[in-house]
Design a protein around this ligand. Sequence first.
Ligand code: ATP
Ligand code: MG
Length: 212
Amino acid sequence: MKLKGTNKNPKRIGLMGGTFNPIHIGHLVTAEEAFFQFNLDEIIFVPSGKPPHKTDRDIASAEDRYLMAVIATASNPHFTVSRIEIDRVGPSYTVDTLREMKRIYGVDTELFFITGADAIIEILTWKDPEIIADLCQFIAATRPGYSLRKFEELHLVGNRKLPKVHFMEIPALAISSTDIRLRVKEGRPVKYLVPEGVDQYLKKRGLYKEHE
Ligand code: ATP
Ligand code: MG
C-alpha cells in the first residue's frame, strides 16, 4: 500500500465538483469510495458559482448550496468544502479551478477530479481539455442509467490528448438533485436521500418549494 502525503509521496487530493443543488448521498458515497479506492489524502467539494450551462430557475443561491455542502460533510474528517468557485467573479471553468488548487496546494500535488459517468462524457466540451489533461486525472463513477460506451468511443477518435480517466464502480444510487427538487416541490419525502441536516436546512429555508 502506498504511503499517503509524505515528502516522497506527493499529496493526493480528490476534487468533487458539482452544482450540489442540493448535495445528496450519491455525491457523498461517490466521494468516500474514491477516497478509499484511490488512496486519497482528502476530498474537497467544490460547489459551482453561477453554472454557465445551467439556467433553470430552481437553482438555489450559491450560498445555500455551499452551506448545505458544509452541513453534509461536517462529520467526515477528510471532507472539506471550497469557496473557490463561489467567490470567483464570472463563470467558473474547471481549468481555472485546477490551476488555483495547484497554486494553493503545490505543483507536486496530484489532483483527481471525481465525476459521475454522465459528466465525464462531457469532458471534451469543457474549456481547454488538453490543459486539463496535464493538471489532473479523472475518476469516473459509474452511475445508473449512463452508458460509458460514448466515452470509450471518444478515445478511438483521432489522437487528441485526452485526460487520463479511471473508472470506479459504486453501489447503484439512482439519486439525483433533480429528483430531490421534484420531490420537495411535490411534497414527497427526501429523508435518507440527503443527510438529515440538509433535509432540515431545506425545510428551514423553504428551498425548491413551488412558491417561495
Ligand atoms: P442535477 O440532477 O441537478 O444535475 P446531480 O445529482 O447530477 O444534479 P450534480 O451537482 O450535477 O448533481 O453532480 C455533481 C457530480 O456528482 C457530477 O459529477 C455527477 O455526475 C455526480 N453525481 C451526481 N449524482 C450521483 C450519483 N447518484 N452517483 C454517482 N455520481 C453522482
Ligand atoms: Mg448533474
